[in-house]
Write a protein of this length. Structure first.
Lengths: 316, 263
């Protein structure tokens, strides 16, 4: 064999992906709110090996979050009602962001607001901040009274927030959608028309738990968002449907716990995947998923992760 | 320093029905562990139950490199843990959280424990004894049978007072009432430590306040990640002059008694 015909990286598939202008060296990131701001998991894994980090949702002003209990375990999952507790954008920039500057790691900041103006102010401020690679627009948090899901459940409102954020930033804008809607495709289509660069699918499913001894709802906020393996089929379905209807890169998430789960999301149409609740039980899930994806590609003679994105659509 | 590792079980002892002492081989965790810290323990091997269980570090055996947990079977997670046997491997994350602070010099302290709260308190008492701190120890339990490790603790040379809910041993009533009656008028405690059920800690915080002594309480809350990422296990505190939520897994589980806001 002549040297000219030897492929680059001899045998290693390409894992780099482009999420609406954001380059990730590999397609594995984390779900907002499940990985803090980075230092929490740094003792257990090399953050440089993540494709990107999506930090805890940030609002303009600090938020105290909801009353406790904020978490309840459910079959193969967890319900949470944290309520966007965060230090506010200013303290995020001065106190949390510098830690991440030491890593070769794109930082995606999840932003949430009560009003459209909140989102645009956040976008403007973060766009002027070094070390922010992209914005994930959270219009799908089920745990806050105002904002969040109120924007995400109505296609027109979702589009308005998206358009306003796009006009306020040069950064890639990834819009995170809620499954708690009649048609996630209808929301995705409007958000795409409003020039979103990419989509994150999905946020948590609205749910609840009741203590039969006290006969009261378990969560302090009564309702919470369900995540974990229990929601994976719903998330996968959302990625499948949206991929068919909308031509935007998708970060797929919802109950991924293994490389096999992640590969399902790629086959359904995801360009990248995020690990959420699985971080709680195995902080190395991202690394195991990444290694498993690479092995799958090699075992099946794929040379590029992009070859399998949406592939299952060709096989029906 | 905190670790994610698989540790082999060297011993699983049932102390009384529903209460187990579990020894795991983990020299790394032993070296890093401080009284009041906890481990996130993967009790099962499937996705249900899903989360790890936070369990206090009960003791360390530095010679053998073993960390010891003392736990009560309270649900599905701890039931699965109780089924594990010597030679089985368990995934541990830890040690985690901020533990008790130890007084400087040969001070005199009070230690108040209720029920399963003895789990981390035991580790604290071992450590205090090592530093020559003298302690008045108040142990509370539902029944005499559930007064764990009384003899061992007595063996450390402490003054030990006991209270049981049913009067089957010692003072008949709450350990906090026993403590309130016993606390010297001229407060001489360099620190009052407490661990136990929420109601007990709340009452203990009141006693600590009226005694004007510094205190440290170990709190519990439903926990998700255990490392400070998910913000599930928060409690209200009034540190730094403002009321805020702090993470039991990270800023705690041990908090200054005067900073806990009871809701």
């Amino acid at each position: 064999m002549s040297s000219a015909s030897v492929p680059k990286n001899a045998g290693k598939p390409n894992l780099a992906v482009n999420i609406g202008g954001l380059w990730m060296k590999n397609p594995v990131t984390v779900g907002s709110g499940t990985f803090g701001f980075g230092p929490e998991y740094a003792p257990y894994l090399d953050l440089n090996r993540l494709g990107a980090i999506v930090v805890k949702g940030i609002t303009l002003l600090p938020r105290a979050g909801n009353a406790t209990p904020r978490l309840v375990e459910t079959p193969a999952g967890v319900l949470n009602s944290i309520g966007l507790q965060n230090p506010g954008v200013d303290r995020f920039i001065t106190e949390a962001l510098p830690f991440l500057a030491d890593f070769d790691l794109p930082v995606i900041v999840n932003i949430a607001g009560d009003t459209v103006q909140d989102y645009t102010l956040l976008a403007e401020k973060l766009s002027r901040t070094a070390g922010v690679a992209a914005l994930e627009v959270n219009i799908s948090c089920p745990n806050v009274k105002k904002g969040g899901l109120q924007f995400g459940s109505d296609p027109a409102s979702a589009a308005e927030v998206t358009r306003s954020v796009k006009e306020s930033t040069h950064l890639p804008v990834i819009v995170k959608l809620s499954p708690n809607v009649t048609s996630i495709v209808a929301v995705a289509e409007k958000v795409a028309e409003a020039n979103a660069d990419a989509l994150s699918l999905i946020n948590t499913l609205l749910g609840m738990a009741i203590n039969i001894r006290t006969r009261r709802p378990v969560l302090g906020n009564i309702l919470g968002g369900l995540s974990g393996p229990a929601v994976k089929p719903v998330a996968l379905r959302a990625v499948w449907q949206v991929r068919k209807a909308v031509n935007l890169p998708i970060i797929g998430m919802g109950g991924i716990i293994s490389a096999a789960d992640a590969i399902e999301f790629f086959l359904a149409g995801a360009t990248a995947v995020a690990i959420g609740s699985a971080n709680f039980i195995n902080p190395l899930t991202t690394m195991e998923v990444l290694e498993g994806i690479e092995r799958y590609l090699m075992d099946n003679s794929f040379t590029d992760i992009r070859e399998i994105s949406g592939l299952a659509h060709n096989n029906i | 320093m905190s670790f994610l590792l698989d540790a082999e079980i060297t011993k699983q002892e049932r102390i009384v029905p529903g209460h187990f002492r579990l020894s795991l081989s983990s020299p790394d965790i032993v070296t890093a562990a401080r009284p009041g810290q906890f481990l996130q323990v993967r009790c099962g091997s499937t996705l249900d139950p899903f989360l790890r269980r936070p369990i206090s570090i009960h003791a360390v055996d530095r010679k053998k490199g073993e960390v010891v947990l003392f736990y009560r079977v309270a649900g599905r997670g701890t039931s699965l843990l109780a089924e594990k046997r010597q030679g089985n491997s368990v995934s541990l994350l830890g040690p985690l959280g901020r533990g008790f602070s130890l007084p400087e010099g040969k001070a005199r302290v009070a230690v108040v424990s209720g029920g399963i709260g003895i789990a981390p308190i035991y580790f604290l008492l071992v450590e205090l004894a090592m530093y020559g701190v003298s302690a008045d120890v108040f142990l509370g339990a539902a029944t005499a049978e559930q007064l764990f490790f009384f003899k061992e603790i007595k063996g450390f040379g402490y003054r030990v007072e006991i209270a049981t809910d049913d009067g089957s041993a010692g003072y008949h009533g709450l350990v906090t009432d026993l403590f309130a009656e016993s606390i010297p008028l001229s407060n001489e405690y360099a620190m009052i430590y407490g661990c136990g059920p929420g109601g007990m800690l709340r009452r203990l915080a009141e006693i600590i306040r009226s005694a004007g002594a510094p205190g440290e309480l170990s709190l519990e809350e439903r926990m998700g990640c255990g490392v400070g990422a998910c913000l599930s296990c928060v409690c209200k505190t009034s540190g730094e002059g403002k009321v805020q939520y702090q993470r039991v897994c990270t800023e705690g589980p041990v908090f200054p008694a005067n900073e806990v806001v009871w809701t």
